[in-house]
Write a protein of this length. Structure first.
Length: 248
């Protein structure tokens, strides 16, 4: 199902229930490679549509992502309960999926950027209309992918950057479909109100993009992942797992 639906899945573990890991804009499922070493139980991590090894979409609204992912996750769950952990854009998608999938029991949203200026949105729309940057080598394309994913300095052979580059003819580019930059500012209040299940929020202590203070105003407790930046599951995977375990 996953391959025919054009969704690449990383997977591991065993047991009842299913943990679904949803990465943020510009990354791939590889960004969970450190976290999955701490996780217990059965888990899957899709490359979001238009990212990594997953097929592109005609457009990239949150509903487009959920339309593509919902049937894949339903099949992967095999009738078991689902826990969603989403990072940044993946956290927004997780909240939207929670309102759609009956088997979701709880949602963990990590580092969701909720405050967007019009200038920021205009800049993202501009990026979505530009042709992709191309590079002479895979290593250069992976370095650009790392920049898009907030993983500057990560070695090109790291699993954190898995499927981050692809070859087009004689050139290389980041695997992300540039049109996916055309994001919409999330209506967090509406997403939270639409969910009747457990929702837990957190952000890295040093996350300037999505500070804990911005998440706290929605009337839900927001935890701080000490010593972590925006990619808290990369910086402090053990602490992210401990945060989840304390609330499961």
């Amino acid at each position: 199902m996953a391959e025919s639906a054009g969704i690449h899945l990383d997977r591991g573990g065993s047991g009842d229930g299913l943990l679904v890991l949803l990465h943020g804009l510009g990354a791939t499922a590889g960004v969970w490679s450190r976290f999955s070493e701490s996780a217990s139980g059965r888990w899957i991590a899709p490359d979001l549509p238009g990212h990594g090894g997953s097929a592109p979409l005609p457009s990239y609204r949150v509903t487009d992502y959920t339309d593509a992912l919902a049937p894949v996750l339903e099949e992967a769950a095999e009738g078991q309960p689902i826990t969603l952990l989403g990072h940044s854009l993946g956290g927004v998608i997780a909240l939207a999926l929670a309102a759609r999938l009956e088997r979701v029991e709880r949602v963990f949203a990590l580092g969701v950027k909720v405050d967007w200026s019009q200038a920021e949105l205009d800049r993202m729309q501009g990026l979505a209309t530009k042709p992709p940057r191309t590079f002479a080598t895979e290593a250069e394309a992976l370095a650009f992918h790392a920049r898009l994913a907030g993983l500057e300095g990560v070695a090109s052979g790291s699993p954190l950057l898995a499927r981050g580059a692809r070859q087009d003819g004689n050139a290389w580019r980041a695997s992300m479909d540039a049109r996916a930059f055309g994001i919409e500012a999330p209506d967090m209040a509406a997403l939270l109100d639409a969910s009747s299940i457990e929702v837990h929020l957190a952000a890295g202590e040093q996350d300037d993009m999505a500070p804990v203070t911005s998440l706290s105003r929605f009337g839900r407790p927001a935890a701080t992942i000490a010593g972590a930046g925006h990619n808290a599951m990369v910086d402090r995977p053990d602490q992210v797992w401990a945060w989840m375990q304390a609330r499961r």
